[in-house]
Structures are given as structure tokens and as C-alpha cells.
Design a protein around this ligand. Structure first.
Ligand SMILES: *Cc1c(COP(=O)(O)O)cnc(C)c1O
Length: 431
């Protein structure tokens, strides 16, 4: 498989180069030149396959001949080494729990896959690779954990000061070793802009071998398709495919689901569940797209005003607004609705949603009001313990703390504070 730049001004590259570069030289995002088609047998007998076999079969066309089959099988097996259960909340809404990985959020899969691919690709080069990543909350921890101790790779994480939860902050600031956290006095969009500037800076690029671990990197983006296949594997009523509600910020996750759907995965309807950061919802409703300034919400990992992966969604549907709006229904969910949803669902069912899952739940419920016969699932993208204040205030109950989080609280935060300007980042990277 080769990848082209969505700006069309760069040569096509294979999976290895797309992963190492992150972004194309013309600043476009890489996109696969063709969309693989799943075999009918694969889809309709998916229960007979193990998650590792599914992961291998989905990823193999994308990695092509850049990773030998035995290595790919090892990489995908390590990537998905934890459960992805589909749990019924009500008779018509199930939760695909994506928070059973080491950092308790769904970004573990992309980060683990990418770190292992990068480790494989750098196994016989001397020059260190620096992974540069901006995080609105969960990416940082997942990337830090995924890359910790990987030879030949340094990781620099930019996060907005005061805008991530305590567990998130500990996950990304307490690793040490090859991981450095830069605490930026600004928003996630500032962090993302600084990272983008770094990739455009010729002097920096010759000084360090830089790559990005944001969802713009194909090695992080593509394996997210697996969630949707794992959901389908556990979906009982194969005659009536699910409506899938995806809590969305940078739109990597939803776009990966759409990609799997274009390859032949049955999905009745996608729902883009957004918080107040609703540029894509506006586009779906009006056909006009305008990036917005990010505003802070309770579902902070989705506080993105200018989602990077939106252009990939347009590409998938040849810029046809009608088609995009048919495949995806968009909902914007307020903080008040988010809290109310956490409280109501807990009271009615005993299930504890995190704020991101609650946004997805509310959106799916709104959809079902007009489509009462449709059953669906939400992607529950984070463990509620990552957002204890919001969740415990809404449910009135204490969240049992998983072992991996309890251990974090004994650790010391280490970060370097910098201004929200590219010059500050550049100075750090040259130092
Ligand atoms: C990153 C994140 C999202 C948003 O995912 P995108 O792929 O950026 O749309 C949603 N929920 C949680 C918990 C996240 O960490």
C-alpha cells in the first residue's frame, strides 16, 4: 500500500515512510491510495476469528511489505493485549469499553501500534527519532506509556497547563527516561499549532529526526479501525447492524470507523458526538466548514476547534457533503447534558459513564428519539476514574480506582513550563 499527501504536492510513500514522517513534506496528511475490501467471509464469520487474527488481517494491506508477517503478527498481538468488551447498558444501547489498556483510554491501541512499528523501523539506524506530540489529555499518557523505554526514540509531549485531569497529568509527566513533558501556558490548539510549526521548520528538521504521534500519523490512525471490528464481532443481531456513536475531537477515531465501513464493515449509521466544540456538526448540518476556537468542556479530550482528521473524512467521501451528511449525523452536547446523562444512566442502570462516553450516549439517545427501532453502541473511550470530580459529583458514588491508577498517585510530576509560542518549543528542541 502506498500513501499520498492530501495536499497532492509530495511523492507517494510506503507505510514505513508515512510512519516515520508523520506528515507529508507539503504539510498534507497521508491517505491510503486505495481502500482494501474485506472478504465477505471475514465479515460474516468474524466470531470464529481471534482478535489477533482480525487485527492482522485488517492491518496487513496497510503495512504491505514494510513489515514481515511474523513481525506484524507480534506487533498487533502486543497492541491489543487487553479486552474490548461490548457491555449492554440498556436494551438498545451497549458500550464498547475501550479503556482496559494501560492508560485507561482508547488511545492506547494507536500509541502501542505506532511505537512498535517505529521501534521496528528504527532497529538498525543510529540517529534517534524524536516523537513530538500535542495532547488534549489522553494522547500524552498513551504515547508516553507506549514509547517508554523504546530504544532509539525520544518523546516530547506538549499539553495545555491546567486543562488536563490529575490522572491524565500524572500519566504523562511521571514516566521519565526517554519521555519529556512540556507544560504549555495555552490551549490544546496552541500545542497543536506549535507541533505543526515544528514540522515546517527546516533548520529543526535537519537538527533532529522528528515525527508526530498525533492521530495524523497513519500508524496511530489506522489501527483504530479495529475497535469497530471488535464491536461487530460481539454484535449479536448481524441482520441489523449497529448505530455507532463516537465521542469526537480530532476525528481520528470516527474517521477510522468510516474507513472500516468503506472496506465493507456493516454499520447502520455513524454519529459524531461532540461537546461544545462543534465545527464538524455545523458542517454536517449546513455544508459549510469553519474551524473554531477551542472552548474548555468537561470532556476535555474532545476540546478541539480545528480537527485535523476532518480532511480525511472529506477525502473518504470525495468532498460530497450530501454523502458525508448521510453517513454521519452530528450532535453537539452541552456540559449540563453531559452531567445529567452520567447521573441518569447511573441511577437507571448502575453503569458509570465517563464524560466522553456520556456525550456519545446523549447523542445516540437523541438519534434514537427519531429512530426508535434502531439499536446502537457507544464507544466508551475513557475510564471514569480519569475524570473523578465530574463523575462522582453526578453519580454521588465513589469510583473504584483500578490498580494502574492507584499506583500513579505516589509519583512525582516532572514538567517543563513553556509559553504557547513556537519559538519556545524550538529553543527547547535545540537545547
Ligand atoms: C482523544 C479522545 C477522544 C477524541 O478522539 P478523536 O479521535 O480525537 O476524535 C474522545 N474521548 C477520549 C477519552 C479521548 O481521549
Amino acid at each position: 500500500m502506498n500513501y499520498f499527501s492530501l495536499h497532492q504536492q509530495s511523492p507517494v510513500v510506503d507505510f514505513r515512510d508515512a510512519t516515520l514522517q508523520g506528515q507529508a513534506p507539503d504539510k498534507g496528511l497521508y491517505f491510503p491510495q486505495s481502500i482494501p475490501v474485506f472478504e465477505k467471509d471475514f465479515i460474516f464469520h468474524i466470531e470464529s476469528l481471534s482478535p489477533a487474527e482480525i487485527a492482522f488481517r485488517v492491518m496487513r494491506p496497510y503495512t504491505g511489505n514494510t513489515i514481515p508477517e511474523e513481525d506484524l503478527l507480534r506487533i498487533v498481538s502486543e497492541t491489543i493485549g487487553f479486552p474490548f468488551p461490548l457491555v449492554d447498558i440498556t436494551g438498545s444501547i451497549a458500550s464498547l469499553e475501550l479503556f482496559h489498556g494501560p492508560t485507561l483510554a482508547f488511545k492506547d491501541v494507536g500509541a502501542r501500534f505506532m511505537s512498535r512499528c517505529l521501534g521496528y523501523f528504527s532497529r538498525d539506524t543510529d540517529k534517534k527519532t524524536t516523537v513530538l506530540v500535542a495532547t488534549s489529555g489522553d494522547t500524552g499518557g498513551a504515547v508516553a506509556n507506549g514509547f517508554l523505554g523504546v530504544d532509539g526514540v525520544d518523546v516530547v509531549i506538549l499539553y495545555p497547563s491546567g486543562k488536563v485531569s490529575p490522572v491524565q497529568e500524572l500519566q504523562l509527566t511521571t514516566c521519565g527516561q526517554n519521555i519529556t513533558a512540556l507544560e504549555v501556558d495555552g490551549s490544546f490548539d496552541d500545542c497543536q499549532a506549535m507541533v505543526k510549526d515544528a514540522f515546517m521548520d527546516a533548520s529543526l528538521m535537519t537538527h533532529r529526526k522528528l515525527t508526530s504521534a498525533n492521530s495524523i500519523n497513519v500508524a496511530r490512525w489506522l489501527p483504530q479501525q479495529l475497535y469497530y471490528l471488535f464491536a461487530w464481532r460481539q454484535w449479536k443481531d448481524k441482520d441489523h447492524p449497529p448505530v455507532i456513536s463516537v465521542p469526537s475531537g480530532n476525528f481520528g477515531n470516527l474517521c477510522a470507523g468510516l474507513l472500516a465501513h468503506c472496506s465493507g464493515l456493516p454499520v447502520k449509521q455513524f454519529i459524531a458526538a461532540c461537546n461544545a466544540n462543534d465545527a464538524v456538526v455545523d458542517y454536517l448540518n449546513t455544508g459549510r466548514y469553519a474551524a473554531k476556537k477551542a472552548v474548555a468542556t468537561l470532556s476535555n479530550a474532545m476540546d478541539v476547534g480545528s480537527p485535523s482528521n476532518f480532511v480525511r473524512i472529506l477525502q473518504l467521501f470525495q468532498n460530497d457533503h450530501h454523502l458525508v451528511a448521510q453517513k454521519i449525523k452530528g450532535y453537539s452536547v452541552s456540559d449540563a447534558q453531559t452531567k445529567e446523562t452520567i447521573a441518569k444512566v447511573y441511577r437507571a442502570t448502575g453503569y458509570t459513564l465517563d464524560p466522553h462516553g456520556a456525550v456519545a450516549y446523549h447523542a445516540l439517545q437523541e438519534y434514537q428519539e427519531n429512530n426508535p427501532l434502531e439499536k446502537g453502541l457507544i464507544l466508551e473511550t475513557a475510564h471514569p476514574v480519569k475524570f473523578p470530580e465530574t463523575v462522582e459529583a453526578a453519580t454521588g458514588a465513589q469510583i473504584p480506582v483500578p490498580d494502574s491508577a492507584r499506583e500513579l498517585f505516589g509519583r512525582e510530576k516532572k514538567s517543563i513550563r513553556i509559553n504557547p509560542e513556537f519559538s519556545a518549543l524550538k529553543e527547547f528542541l535545540f537545547s
